[in-house]
Design a protein around this ligand. Structure first.
Ligand code: NAP
Length: 257
């Protein structure tokens, strides 16, 4: 099998860094590059800046060098909600986005910059991690800073599908910082896992499992041109590590938004 050069954006993010580390462990199959906006953060996380490119997805030109020679791109960037002001006692904190970092700029135009940059560089597969909930304009995440984050993410997904590049769109449920490979995974579509959740199954998934789905999607042909929602069953009682049949999992998913 030939070695594939993969660029991971959001490489200093919580899921992006897990993907980078998993790909680094598979050096017989992948050469991984990371794209981040802070080299200090890269150094802190990885102990080196070798193989990392610094830039801002809002500026397409800053992505050019990183994309050159890559066969695949993993998009793991996102607008990041932050606390606007300290909450009053008993109140939920009010959330907003930093100036210039609204979802439209990051999750729509920032993703378009990545998709167009990949097209120019001849990248042949894009794996995009998004979020469930984008079919519901009234989802509480859309209300943060009036940013419509899930709506913009979904529009970028459609842009990717229309781009002509092979795609895998992974719309995760609520992300957990829990160990991976301990839970069975369930795929769905159109937020049906949110509107009709299977009995007793929370609509969440560990970041580590999402990262593994990304890595598997890079090599499984059945993951190409698929878009799906994904959650996990609760952790098994015996704390066993599961061998998941990813080819079969991707086969359950379908093309189109
Ligand atoms: P995260 O930790 O918030 O990482 C987001 C990354 O985007 C960070 O590395 C950030 O850089 C980078 N970024 C933001 N703006 C950028 C810019 N202008 N230029 C370059 N990089 C930029 O992500 P996560 O929580 O692991 O989530 C991964 C994905 O899953 C996201 O799309 C998220 O929306 C989605 N998701 C999240 C949840 C949840 O429960 N949180 C649920 C479902 C789906 P810095 O490291 O410098 O900040």
């Amino acid at each position: 099998m030939s070695i594939s050069k993969v660029l991971v954006t959001g490489a200093t993010g919580r899921t992006g860094s897990l993907v980078v580390k998993k790909l680094q462990e598979k050096s017989d199959t992948f050469v991984v590059r990371g794209f981040a906006r802070s080299l200090e953060k890269v150094e802190q996380l990885y102990g080196t800046t070798d193989g990392f490119f610094v830039g801002d997805i809002r500026e397409r030109s800053s992505l050019q060098g990183a994309m050159q020679g890559c066969q695949a791109l993993v998009i793991l960037t996102s607008a990041i909600p932050m606390i606007k002001a300290p909450p009053q006692a008993g109140q939920r904190p009010e959330m907003d986005f930093a100036p210039g970092e609204m979802p439209e700029a990051i999750d729509y135009y920032g993703q378009i910059n990545q998709i167009e940059g990949a097209k120019e560089a001849g990248v042949d597969h894009i794996v995009l991690v998004g979020s469930m909930g984008g079919t519901n304009p009234n989802h509480m995440l859309n209300k943060i800073g009036n940013g419509n984050i899930l709506i913009w993410k979904r529009q970028a997904e459609q842009y990717l599908i229309d781009s002509g590049i092979a795609y895998t769109i992974i719309r995760a449920g609520g992300l957990l910082d829990q160990p991976g490979s301990k839970r069975e995974l369930i795929v769905g579509k159109d937020d049906q896992l949110l509107t009709h959740p299977p009995d007793g199954i929370p609509t969440s998934i560990p970041r580590s499992d999402v990262a593994e789905v990304v890595v598997q999607a890079l090599s499984q042909p059945s993951a190409r041109n698929k878009a799906f929602d994904i959650i996990s069953k609760p952790e098994n009682d015996r704390n066993e590590t599961l061998a998941i049949d990813f080819a079969a999992l991707f086969t359950q998913a379908s093309a189109g938004l």
